[in-house]
Design a binder for this molecule. Structure first.
Ligand SMILES: Cc1ncc(C[n+]2csc(CCOP(=O)(O)OP(=O)(O)O)c2C)c(N)n1
Length: 257
């Protein structure tokens, strides 16, 4: 009961600016719960991005740095290298990570930097009012794709599957994709986050958890419709699960009989 209804210490008790139905608030909460469960509040630093979660530093009750748009992996690199015993969280939207910051994340992952990226994929630019993101689905409407994303006639490109793209890099240790559309997926996503944070604290890197998240305002739906839309359209394209797991196992090998 206390876990379900209590408030994580790592999250301040103030109302967020997020729209009704937005996934950022739930994602903040599960991150804060994991930080509390691991007893890391005083050792956690988040680099929070330009995007809707620009105010995340007002909500998390641990240290933060706000880099320029897309540059969170570079900032996280510097922080983690200087403070290797700290938990460094690189929080990014899909515009931040997969558009303006593409080079940053690819090279940080390829260098096997030992921080964890939380990649919030809501298939659109939220903060600036619904422009097409690299993750926008084919046919999905955006202010910059009023007829829907069209990779063939309008050469708008195809939606990028970031986990699968990064999986080919030797430097990536753990890549998983979750969602915040229902309790089962929220709990599963929290497990992925915990696994990545534990690996980071053992000194293993690079880890990234992609989280499919609702953006009812810019998808022009109500919160319930946005959850249904995510289930029907995003999950079939962005498959959920652990995409790559090359972490050193802590489980003893099975006995031979
Ligand atoms: C250098 C720079 N270029 C462009 C912008 C404008 N800008 C602010 S937020 C944003 C997109 C954010 O989208 P995303 O990363 O998907 O996060 P969301 O808001 O959806 O959570 C853009 C293009 C900026 N602030 N700085």
């Amino acid at each position: 009961m206390e876990i379900a209804y209590g408030h994580p210490k790592s999250l301040k008790s103030i109302q967020t600016k997020y729209c009704p139905g937005c996934g950022h608030g739930v994602i903040h909460r599960i991150i804060a719960e994991v930080v509390d469960e691991m007893g890391l509040q005083s050792k956690t630093i988040i680099t929070n991005p330009v995007g809707c979660s620009i105010y995340a530093d007002m909500y998390f009750d641990f240290d933060s740095v706000q880099p320029a748009h897309g540059r969170t992996p570079a900032a996280s690199t510097g922080i983690k290298r200087m403070l290797p015993d700290h938990l460094v969280i690189c929080y990014q939207g899909d515009g931040d990570l997969a558009a303006i910051g593409t080079a940053e994340i690819i090279h940080a992952a390829n260098r096997a930097e030992k921080f964890t990226t939380i990649f919030v994929n809501n298939a659109i630019y939220g903060m600036t009012g619904g422009q097409m993101a690299p993750t926008t689905l084919v046919g999905q409407h955006a202010t910059t794709a009023p007829e829907g994303r069209d990779p063939i006639n309008a050469q708008m490109g195809y939606p990028i599957r970031v986990c699968e793209l990064l999986a080919s890099l030797e430097g990536t240790k753990y890549l998983a994709r979750g969602a915040v559309n229902n309790m089962v997926n929220i709990r599963r996503t929290k497990k992925y986050i915990r696994k990545a944070f534990e690996a980071q604290m053992r000194g293993e890197g690079f880890s990234l958890i992609e989280i499919l998240s609702q953006c009812p305002t810019n998808w022009q739906m109500n919160p319930v419709e946005s959850v249904e839309w995510l289930e029907k359209n995003m999950i079939p394209y962005y498959h959920l699960g652990e995409i790559k797991d090359t972490l050193s196992t802590t489980v003893a090998p099975a006995q031979a009989h």
